[in-house]
Design a protein around this ligand. Structure first.
Ligand code: ADP
Ligand code: MG
Length: 674
């Protein structure tokens, strides 16, 4: 048995289970071992009922128990079966409730014994939802990011089986010398404690080791890419007067920030080395014209340029603007086109008849070949893999590369994530834009807020977004609202045109809902974070974020950037059921500030790099998980170590570097940053 074996070698993981795990990007034993739990519930010790805090996941001792009751309360207009049982200890009583789960009845003990753990809900009395009974406290309980078809209990069993089968043989991946020098535990200890730590301290020892190694390897890979590009000859574009000429084509005056980034681009493009530049700027800060400027410069020099956007809608939007400025020389390539149209466009791209080329992932396909590609631009980079950007780069000898991202990442973190790139930052917004008015809305006012929104949508003919942290209701995390349930509820109550959009819908269906919204055929759009990227709908002036405590600050800020895109007053309403002080403090940051960089710094400071970058995406690579796992100090130490290793003449170090380039290069492919 070794870590590269497929998961099906494990007893208890059949082809059906393997298929579900595959959807999470888990195929080998190693994949599962590195699949970091989202969090752990600390259930080492029972709490007294009087100490329970709203929203926490806790365990209590059952010292008293009544007879369970079954009732059928009406919820969302439907009679819903509910079981409840009152338990108690010497400090008070607690009601345990389960909805739609009548089978729970048989697991409820007849007399006071053992423990019960579950989510505490103090909003109407002392309640614990979906409690689980157990004979003894289970310790530190791992909670995984899951998908339909597998629950936490099965996931834990799978991980336990893998650990059991490997029987301590993990194969250490770091040289002892390096490991000891940096106080890193052994790989086996790290992997076992990543899942089933004895206490929070062993968990952080485990995470530190894994984060360190991942950042070490990640940095080696990035530095190798950087070295490759520094050693290749790029195009030295003639950039004289290009800024002035380009500005003359614009319908508005660029901000000083925009001009200064154009100057960065200008100097990169005129240099004989290939440009590798990242532009960071808040949503709405005006990054698009910077891309257009670079494309214009390439065009003036007789070169083609390619702009890749993460969605067809966004690509169409860019295309429309480019066409306004540059007319017939522009082409759009997406998978929405008919085969015959696609063929014709591919021909134009190859022959050089078109110069300004916009598209989606379609641009990466092998059938696309350019006549003389001079510059490659990716918009909303965080949605693309590092590797994808390399593929597009390979479509020409050494084109200039420009990347645009709306994720304002603090400098310290940016160095680790984008060590291979030069970074320009846009701090200011174009003038005349009104800041979005942000308000915290307590649960008690939720219903009247929606009634207010309904009347605003009707009387002002504006539109609204409602964003939820997840697609469907989930037994594990019942305290968060799902897009499906909010959609059902609002569709029932509000007298406006409502639609639902989320990431599990087919892309063309999703695009068609988004186009309907853009065209004003939908008043209120309930969605998950899929709307974070993309469409400019100036008429959408209200944004509601349900269960906002579930999102990182930077992400909330990005979501908020979807509104405030016209001269109308815009609002962002943040809802949360949590009453914790930290949640209140985070919401205050957003209410008080409209500056993405400031907000990101605050996020990094208070919650660490993991929270800032968001939850692991399904199928994302183990490398990026490192950012979720540890603190900045460890990440910086790992990066510095990698850079030393690259300079070192010690043969053992050289082996480590070589091994990284050989075994981990393919992992770059899946790196996406939220
Ligand atoms: P993002 O940085 O999110 O990509 P965009 O480039 O889409 O932002 O710009 C948002 C809006 O602001 C667009 O409608 C764009 O035309 C407009 N805009 C950009 N720069 C300026 C400016 N200097 N003055 C006025 N409007 C601008
Ligand atoms: Mg943009």
């Amino acid at each position: 048995m070794n870590v590269d074996n497929s998961l099906t070698v494990i007893r208890g993981i059949g082809s059906k289970r393997a298929e579900v795990l595959g959807r999470l990007g888990l195929f080998s034993l190693q994949d599962l071992l590195y699949f970091a739990p989202r969090e752990h519930y600390d259930l080492r010790e029972a709490k007294k009922i009087s100490e329970l805090k709203h929203g926490d996941y806790s365990i209590v001792k059952v010292e008293y128990i009544e007879k369970p009751k079954v009732s059928y309360p009406v919820i969302n207009g439907r009679r819903t079966p509910m079981i409840s049982v009152v338990i108690g200890d010497d400090t008070g009583k607690l009601r345990l409730t389960w909805f739609n789960q009548l089978y729970i009845r048989s697991s409820i003990p007849d007399f006071a014994t053992g423990f019960a753990h579950g989510r505490v809900d103090l909003s109407h009395g002392h309640v614990m939802v979906n409690a689980v009974f157990c004979p003894a406290p289970p310790g530190m309980l791992p909670i995984y990011p899951l998908t339909r078809g597998i629950g936490q209990v099965s996931m834990r069993t799978c991980v336990k089986s893998v650990i059991y089968e490997l029987n301590g043989v993990y194969g250490e991946t770091l040289p002892d010398k390096l490991r000891l020098e940096h106080h890193l535990c052994q790989l086996g200890y790290a992997l076992e404690n990543l899942h089933f730590p004895i206490n929070p301290e062993t968990l952080s020892i485990a995470r530190r080791r894994l984060a360190f190694e991942n950042i070490l390897r990640f940095t080696i890979l990035l530095e190798a890419m950087r070295a490759r590009s520094l050693n290749s000859a790029g195009i030295a574009f003639d950039t004289s007067n290009t800024i002035e000429e380009f500005i003359a084509l614009l319908p508005f005056k660029p901000t000083a920030g925009q001009v200064s980034v154009m100057e960065d681009i200008k100097s990169d493009m005129s240099s004989p080395l290939p440009m590798n530049r990242l532009i960071q700027g808040d949503v709405g800060s005006g990054k698009t014209i910077l891309a257009f400027y670079a494309m214009y410069t390439a065009y003036k020099n007789g070169y083609q340029s390619a702009l890749m956007a993460p969605t067809a809608l966004l690509a169409e939007q860019h295309y429309a603007h480019l066409k306004d400025m540059f007319g017939e020389k522009t082409a759009l390539l997406t998978s929405n086109l008919k085969k015959s149209e696609q063929k014709e466009i591919l021909r134009f791209i190859k022959s050089g008849e078109v110069q300004f080329i916009v598209g989606t992932h379609s641009l990466l396909e092998s059938g696309v070949s350019f006549n003389n590609l001079g510059i490659v631009i990716t918009d909303e980079q965080h949605r693309f893999g590092v590797r994808q950007r390399a593929i597009l780069g390979n479509k020409a000898l050494s084109p200039d590369v420009l990347i645009m991202s709306a994720t304002p990442i603090p400098r310290t973190l940016s160095l680790i994530l984008y060590g291979d790139l030069d970074v320009s930052r846009l701090y200011e917004m174009p003038s005349g834009r009104k800041p979005v008015i942000t308000r915290y809305v307590p649960q008690a006012k939720r219903a009247s807020m929606y009634r207010y929104i309904e009347s605003e949508l009707i009387s002002k003919r504006i539109q609204a977004y409602v964003v939820c942290p997840m697609i469907e209701d989930n037994d594990e995390v019942q305290t968060y609202r799902s897009a499906e349930s909010v959609f059902a509820e609002l569709n029932d109550k509000l007298n406006v045109r409502i639609a639902l959009v989320h990431g599990r819908m087919k892309p063309d269906k999703r695009d068609s809902v988004m186009s309907d919204f853009r065209d004003g055929n939908i008043d209120l759009l309930v969605s998950t974070t899929v709307i974070e990227v993309g469409v400019d709908v100036p008429n959408a002036c209200i944004m509601v974020i349900e269960s906002s405590e579930r999102f990182g600050l930077a992400q909330l800020h990005q979501l908020r950037g979807r509104v405030g895109r016209s001269d109308k007053e815009s609002y962002c309403f943040l809802l949360s059921e949590s009453r914790s002080e930290t949640v209140a403090d985070r919401i205050r940051t957003l209410v008080d500030s409209n500056n993405g960089f400031k907000i990101a710094e605050k996020d990094l400071e208070t919650r660490g790099p993991g929270e800032l970058l968001g939850q692991r995406q399904h199928g994302s690579s183990q490398l990026i998980d490192a950012f979720m796992l540890s603190d900045m100090e460890t990440l910086n130490e790992a990066r510095d170590t990698a850079i030393e290793l690259l300079k070192s003449s010690d043969p053992e170090d050289a082996v480590l570097v070589k091994d990284t380039l050989r075994r981990y290069s393919s992992l770059l492919e899946n790196i996406t940053i939220n």
